[in-house]
Design a protein around this ligand. Structure first.
Ligand code: AMP
Ligand code: ZN
Ligand code: FE
Ligand code: FE
Length: 283
């Protein structure tokens, strides 16, 4: 059984529709995916419908923008009831923060000598429920300022770069509580990628397990090198965490994230499913 639990569609900053993503997953031989768009459930119904037609299991998923000690941390929610009001209200607040940030990013870019407009960003965002820096990056690519999204982040849009602007994100502990209140299971995405490694130390993860019943961590992820994966795998075992693996596929929005380039072990998936069932979530 092949399982990829972290993927994006064009409902956020991926480039495939939810339906196209499901078809691609079938093509590459996956049996299970989770669609985990940033701060929205808008693609879940479509992906699950396509999954029913093609025999692919699509787990309800989400990647929530959170903050911990001033650093950006991404929290995956699995099996959530997508109608839960407390959670969807918070997601709406985060998405409003994305919209509110845009003009400030554009002002910052203008001050650095680069002219783009909000309309150009929305042309690239299309019908996306969650507009973000990758869509701004697409405008910079189209204008020939940079060659690809990655260069856009490295030179203009990443933290500390001229086009960067802060935005609202949900405190991590509250995000875990909200996922649980929606009957879902909470897994920290790429915990030791560049931004969050310094703050998500072993004692911090231990406290999140004890005080907030954090369920899991992503171990096999393109942002983690081999040594990092080994350390996280051992620490996760010690803390009783579900240890997942996934691609963080974004279509052609991210070059090193081919669908199924990392997968979740069937035993870890079964643990995750058990936790979702115990919470009464969608599985
Ligand atoms: P935002 O959530 O709008 O602030 O944008 C951050 C998102 O952009 C991340 O969640 C990634 O999905 C994506 N991203 C970050 N760095 C890169 C990169 N170097 N190349 C392409 N996409 C990136
Ligand atoms: Zn993304
Ligand atoms: Fe992420
Ligand atoms: Fe992601």
């Amino acid at each position: 059984m092949r399982i990829d639990l972290h993927t994006h569609s064009d409902v956020s900053d991926g480039t495939d529709t939810p339906t196209a993503l499901v078809h691609k997953a079938v093509q590459v031989g996956l049996d299970v995916i989770s669609l985990t768009d940033h701060d929205t459930f808008a693609g879940i119904a479509e992906a699950q419908e396509a999954g029913r037609r093609t025999g692919l299991k699509v787990v309800s998923g989400l990647e929530m923008s959170t903050k911990f000690e001033g650093k950006s941390v991404h929290l995956l929610g699995y099996g959530c009831d997508v109608r839960n009001r407390d959670l969807t209200d918070e997601l709406a607040r985060i998405r409003a923060g994305r919209v509110e940030r845009l003009p400030r990013m554009i002002d910052n870019l203008r001050a650095a000598g680069i002219e783009i407009t909000i309309d150009e960003v929305y042309d690239h965002a299309g019908a996306a429920a969650a507009v973000g820096r990758p869509h701004v990056a697409d405008v910079l690519v189209q204008k020939g300022v940079v060659a690809n999204r990655d260069e856009a982040f490295r030179t203009w849009l990443g933290e500390g770069m001229p086009g960067y602007a802060e935005r609202y994100a949900c405190p991590l502990e509250r995000a875990i509580d909200l996922v649980h209140a929606a009957k879902g299971v909470a897994v920290i995405a790429h915990p030791w990628s560049r931004e969050s490694r310094a703050v998500l130390t072993a004692p911090v993860l231990e406290r999140l397990v004890k005080d907030y019943q954090l369920d899991g961590i992503e171990v096999d992820h393109p942002d983690h090198d081999e040594a990092t994966r080994e350390l996280l795998f051992e620490m996760g075992a010690r803390l009783g965490l579900v240890r997942t693996g996934s691609s963080d596929y974004h279509g052609h929005g991210k070059e090193n994230n081919d669908l199924a380039c990392n997968t979740t072990r069937p035993s870890a998936y079964n643990e995750l499913v058990g936790r979702i069932r115990r919470r009464g979530g969608w599985i």
